[in-house]
Design a protein. Structure first.
Length: 324
């Protein structure tokens, strides 16, 4: 006599095996389905990346690699690198200082490439009617800047070159918009700032340049990525670096057009942007040993000033993949 429970169990076992097989096939297909096919790029209102975004050439270059591009805007470098840390972007552009602070908390950050130094694109400014004519006259004066930014290092080097230290001045830490307001109303005696804020202050309020970074600092722009994405997508990064390099070459030969592309995102007049673009460096290349050494000097200076809690080794965050 047939056992109905045995028959039911057999049917159940066959059904369960079929379901398990489907689930296994589904699981096997997941890596392909979840493979990263979107390059999330963090950018700011000013720089090469917003120009690359406006021209649309990167999307065309990555189409054959099955990679789409998503652009995510950030107000400044530290926020951009925090976005990279939490995974909202996998690639972005910042100045010298933000990656130094970020590296201490995010070992997954890697340097991919950089633009050549642009030391004249940052400066120490004084009001047009200021009696201050020399760096030595800053002693006892109030100097405003964005804490932990590229210009923080510029100020350190300027003071050092004139036998002064931060203890000889009164440092006021404010972000650019607030710093300009304090500068305009005479609440501070000098402002250390970068382009395009630098160019805007020159043209809009007649700020006078006391010194630039010439012969003192490099002022590199760095392109950084999530380590895992960089290791898994070397060809994508090679394409991005090539497009960035081509874009800077285009900008160098079409500065008026580049300024026009930046008018809307920055809200600045084209003449101001042309001035700042003229101080920009052109070309994008993989990180060299010399650049690592110079970036390490910035990191060491920040550690000595207790701006970062521990010493870091820049070489630990250099991408090993060959993207040349």
């Amino acid at each position: 006599m047939n056992n109905p429970y045995k028959t039911s169990w057999t049917k159940y076992a066959v059904l369960a095996a079929s379901i398990a097989g489907v689930m296994m096939l589904s699981a096997c297909s997941k890596p392909a389905a979840t493979q990263n096919t979107t390059l999330q790029i963090g950018y700011q209102k000013y720089g090469v990346l917003p120009i690359l975004k406006a021209r649309g050439t990167l999307e065309s270059a990555l189409k054959d690699q099955g990679m789409q591009v998503k652009w995510v805007e950030f107000p400044a470098g530290p926020q951009l690198l925090e976005g990279l840390n939490v995974g909202s972007v996998v690639f972005g552009e910042v100045g010298e200082a933000p990656p130094i602070f970020a590296q201490a908390s995010n070992p997954n950050l890697v340097y991919v490439a950089n633009q050549p130094g642009a030391p004249t694109a940052e400066a120490l400014l004084v009001p047009k009617d200021s009696s201050i004519q020399r760096i030595e006259q800053l002693k006892g004066k109030r100097v405003v800047l964005n804490k932990g930014s590229n210009v923080h290092y510029l100020l350190l080097k300027l003071l050092e070159a004139h036998q002064l230290t931060l203890k000889d001045i009164e440092v006021v830490y404010l972000p650019p918009a607030d710093a300009r307001a304090a500068f305009e109303r005479g609440a501070v005696d000098a402002w250390v700032i970068w382009d395009p804020f630098f160019a805007a202050a020159e043209q809009q309020i007649g700020a006078r340049v006391l010194a630039t970074g010439q012969n003192l600092v490099s002022n590199y722009q760095f392109y950084l990525a999530d380590r895992k994405f960089a290791q898994q997508n070397p060809q994508v990064l090679k394409t991005v670096v090539n497009e960035l390099n081509s874009t800077t070459q285009w900008v160098s030969q079409h500065q008026d057009e580049a300024a026009k592309l930046l008018e809307k995102p920055t809200g600045l007049d084209a003449n101001i942007l042309k001035s700042s673009i003229s101080r920009m460096s052109f070309g994008v290349q993989p990180i060299s040993a010399q650049v690592v050494q110079q970036q390490q000097a910035v990191a060491d200076a920040f550690y000595q000033q207790k701006l970062i809690p521990k010493q870091i080794k820049i070489q630990d965050a250099i991408l090993n993949n060959d993207i040349k």
